[in-house]
Design a protein around this ligand. Structure first.
Ligand SMILES: Nc1ncnc2c1ncn2[C@@H]1O[C@H](COP(=O)(O)OP(=O)(O)OP(=O)(O)O)[C@@H](O)[C@H]1O
Length: 608
């Protein structure tokens, strides 16, 4: 477990409690302007009305003492009206809070996901950013609302407290002082323990993520098969329980501390109250105070004490909410321009400039190291692939083939060197334009738990309703046969997550993923990164035959471990340890009798 962060001082904590309040309120105001104003108005009403109720209470007792039936009745009616209004105001506040909460949760979740769309692949692979994202998402629907409620609660308590303080002051300034002093220790303890709770939760966040992960593996369809067959369920469950128990013990000790300290300190408040109450009662007994005054001051002290305590304990909550908001705001502020410079207008393709440019893809001294890794995954790669050439990448597992594809598709920027498409550095391409020109299927393609139409149509969202294009893509990807077996054709829900879903086989899913890439008819660079591994030999052959036809005039990159596929390429690159160690056509490489020839001979033997 990571070391707990240093303890902030009380002053830091106070400052930290309100640091992000203005920005959150602004967010709230933008999300629900009218509701915010109304809530603020009702909050003020809810702060003032109890003062009126307390005053009416005093007036009733005084009227009773003066034996005035009419005044008694009048004040009872006044109190009734005030209490009824207060109830109405509180209902209204509850309603507004739930509406604002829903709105705010929706907007903030939307902003979090919108930001996630602009994050680069490397961000998802950085544990710190990933933690930030999960924390932001986990509490998006509760924290901001809690912060707003707490802020308004503080305003309400302050107004109420000022009112009761003023009433009490009429009797004795010392009573006001006693009120403040007696509440202070309890409230400070609450703030400190609240802060401790946050720190515990925060520093165990990586472990909490592990807990979530174990939960996910144990209760998820994709993992169920292996979990059962390898019998790893009980082992994982034990780990889940051990971690959960540890969290429980920490929470329990905090809860016990909170309760016992809270009880001891609240005795102090009770003591102060009774000391003042005794003094008031003696005053009333000796005729200095009316009975009504006794009631009024008694209520003022009690309620004032509560308001004071609720302000101070809100500070503990505010500190936590602010830390959450700070996490959210810093997540939203992660700079994202794909790690590359913004579009340079001078380099934007002007029609005239286009002529005379080379056509194809060029790697110039490209090296790449994954974030946080020592080893280079690609090392000083120099390569030119003219437009229309078909290239196959072969090499052992971990050689760097997929990494090359990730750089080519600008999912990552090179650590050194540059990659040019048609003479223009990838970083100078408009990202949308670049992505339109490239169709890709990765080995770990997505299986969307949506309809077949969406699964294929996502390849080119503007053409999702283009029936001709969909049908061409399905034929090219070999998924037309899959489709005929589906109960509602293209509108069949795929996968088993949702009702009436039809599960496909691994090979069928792969055909659907291939069809998705073939939706991108404008793409002149096609990349298949081992997408046919789950296809049977016959199906793979058929896909590549079609792929070859379709690919005419386009540049293609195919990553494969199967030589019948590899040998079809115009040019084969053998990659090892992040470098191209051999290249040529199949015949050339076999004749060379090097690494490729050995790999080929081994596989050919396997087929005998
Ligand atoms: N996201 C990542 N973070 C850190 N290192 C990575 C990451 N992805 C890959 N690597 C490392 O980079 C090297 C190249 O991996 P790459 O995925 O390019 O291999 P590959 O040739 O495609 O392998 P395979 O045939 O198994 O798919 C490997 O050593 C791997 O451990």
């Amino acid at each position: 477990m990571a070391e707990p962060p240093p303890k902030p001082t009380l002053l830091d904590r106070l400052r930290g409690s309100f640091e992000h309040t203005p920005r959150t309120l602004l967010l709230l105001f933008r999300s629900a302007k009218l509701a915010t104003i109304a809530l603020f108005g009702l909050t003020l009403a809810a702060a003032v009305l109890p003062l009126g109720v307390a005053y009416a209470g005093k007036a009733i007792v005084d009227a009773v003492a003066a034996r005035s039936r009419e005044a008694t009745l009048r004040w009872v009616l006044v109190e009734l009206a005030l209490v009824a209004s207060l109830a109405l105001v509180q209902r209204g506040m509850g309603l507004l809070r739930s509406l604002i909460g829903a709105r705010l949760g929706l907007d903030i979740n939307g902003a979090i996901l919108e930001k996630a769309l602009t994050l680069e692949l490397r961000h998802f692979e950085e544990p710190a950013v990933y933690d930030q994202l999960t924390r932001a998402r986990r509490e998006a629907s509760s924290r901001p609302l809690a912060m707003v409620t707490e802020t308004f609660g503080i305003v309400q308590s302050l107004v109420t407290l000022a009112g009761y303080g003023a009433l009490l002051f009429r009797w004795s300034p010392y009573a006001v002082l006693a009120l403040a002093l007696a509440s202070l220790p309890g409230a400070i303890a609450e703030v400190k323990l609240g802060n401790l709770a946050f720190r515990i939760r925060n520093w165990r966040s990586p472990e909490a993520r592990k807990l979530n992960y174990l939960e996910y593996v144990l209760a998820n369809d994709a993992h169920a098969k292996e979990v059962k067959l390898f019998g790893i369920g009980p082992l994982l469950l034990d780990r889940f329980r051990a971690l959960g128990e540890k969290f429980y013990r920490e929470d329990r000790s905090l809860a016990v501390k909170r309760a016992s300290l809270g009880w001891a300190l609240s005795l102090l408040g009770t003591g102060a109250f009774y000391a003042c109450y005794a003094s008031m009662a003696l005053g009333a007994a000796s005729g200095e105070l009316t009975l009504g005054d006794l009631v009024l001051y008694g209520v003022s002290f009690r309620q004032g004490q509560q308001a004071f305590q609720s302000i101070l304990s809100s500070l503990g909550g505010m500190y936590e909410h602010n830390l959450y908001m700070s996490n959210l705001f810093s997540y939203l502020a992660i700079p994202t321009n794909d790690g590359v410079s913004p579009q340079k207008p001078a380099l934007a393709a002007a029609a005239g400039e286009d002529e005379g440019r080379e056509r194809g893809i060029r790697f110039e001294g490209v090296s790449f190291r994954y974030p946080g890794q020592d080893k280079l995954a690609l090392e000083r790669l120099d390569l030119f692939v003219p437009r229309g050439q078909s290239v196959a990448l072969v090499g052992h597992n971990g050689a760097g083939k997929t990494t090359l594809i990730k750089l080519l598709t600008r999912l990552y920027a090179p650590t050194e060197g540059r990659i040019l498409l048609d003479g223009k550095d990838l970083v100078d391409w408009d990202l949308d334009e670049l992505r339109r020109r490239i169709g890709v299927v990765f080995q770990d393609y997505n299986r969307y738990q949506l309809t077949a139409r969406e699964n294929v149509g996502f390849g080119s969202t503007p053409h999702m309703d283009d029936a001709d294009r969909l049908s061409r893509a399905l034929t090219r990807g070999g998924a037309d046969e899959v489709l005929t077996a589906l109960p509602s054709g293209l509108d069949t829900q795929l996968g088993r997550w949702f009702k009436d879903g039809t599960e496909l086989s691994g090979g069928q899913w792969q055909k659907v993923a291939l069809s998705r890439a073939f939706m991108r008819e404008e793409a002149d660079v096609l990349v298949l990164d081992e997408p046919t591994a789950a296809l049977d030999a016959e199906a793979e052959h058929a896909v590549f035959e079609r792929f070859r036809k379709l690919a005419e005039g386009r540049t293609t990159f195919v990553v494969s471990h199967r030589f019948p596929t590899v040998r079809m390429a115009d040019r084969i690159l053998v990659i090892d340890g992040g470098r191209v160690i051999e290249e040529g056509t199949h015949a050339e490489l076999v004749a060379k009798d090097g690494r490729y020839a050995r790999m080929f001979a081994l596989q050919a033997e396997g087929y005998r």
